[in-house]
Design a protein around this ligand. Structure first.
Ligand code: AP5
Ligand code: MG
Length: 209
């Protein structure tokens, strides 16, 4: 089973993917995180993602496919942030099907830009665990040392702006493409983290019926 989380920057893809993965013991693979881990050894990737751009489609697909193959991640996988263009979907979906693990759900979290930008500005990641927190809406537990919380390099106002421009240009056409084919589970991403989580679980149950 493969589930995809799709949505604009700050829509809560990582937050919700992590909750579902924890609940069912699935693998949560964020391509953004995978690429950030490659930054130290690859200047080109660092430059593109820190500026809020997209890694070229074929390069991203090569990185993702070899990561999935090397770690044999084809079962019970949550893909957070890929596919995010029509091209990526058209290449990745048949490849995964051939591997015997088709994309089963595409969960689309929609939020307005203003809400998403607010969330991104207050987001912090825990250095050691990678867990996502928010200084306003999702505080870390008391045992977390605030010195271990870091902001991402693509959290600058310029990079955030560019990520939204690219989202509208490259990802919204994928949303439309999947919507027309009835392949989207659309969830209102402006609700609370818990409400969204329950709505995702309900939607998955409904889709299994
Ligand atoms: P990626 O890391 O995927 O970034 P993104 O898509 O911009 O999304 P974010 O991670 O910023 O937001 P999110 O939706 O995960 O929200 P989160 O849960 O953190 O990609 C980074 C970069 O990598 C891209 O720009 C690109 O360069 C490259 N890349 C990645 N995939 C690629 C691909 N397929 N092709 C090409 N390039 C690719 O939540 C945000 C904050 O809000 C947190 O603080 C959280 O605590 C809080 N929050 C979450 N939900 C709620 C809620 N319901 N209410 C209140 N607060 C909430
Ligand atoms: Mg994320």
């Amino acid at each position: 089973m493969i589930a995809v989380f799709l949505g604009p920057p700050g829509s809560g893809k990582g937050t919700q993917a992590e909750m579902i993965a924890d609940l069912y013991d699935y693998t949560h693979l964020s391509t953004g995180r995978l690429l950030r881990e490659m930054k130290a050894d690859n200047k080109n990737i660092a430059e593109v993602i820190d500026a809020g751009g997209l890694i070229p489609d074929d390069m991203l697909l090569d990185i993702l496919k070899s990561h999935l193959e090397k770690n044999n991640l084809f079962n019970n996988l949550i893909l957070d942030g890929t596919p995010r263009t029509v091209y990526q979907y058209k290449k990745l979906a048949p490849w995964l099907r051939k591997k015997g693990s088709p994309i089963r759900y595409v969960i689309y979290l929609h939020v307005d830009e203003e809400t998403a930008i607010q969330r991104i500005s207050f987001r912090r990641h825990h250095k050691k665990t990678g867990k996502i927190y928010n200084l306003k809406t999702s505080s870390p537990p008391p045992d977390v040392d605030y010195n271990d919380l870091i902001a991402r390099d693509d959290q600058t106002p310029e990079a955030i702006k560019k990520r939204f421009v690219i989202y509208r240009e490259k990802t919204l056409p994928l949303v439309e493409y999947l919507r027309k084919r009835n392949k989207l589970i659309e969830i209102d991403g402006t609700k609370t983290i818990e409400t969204i989580h329950h709505r995702i679980l309900e939607a998955i149950k409904h889709n299994n019926a």
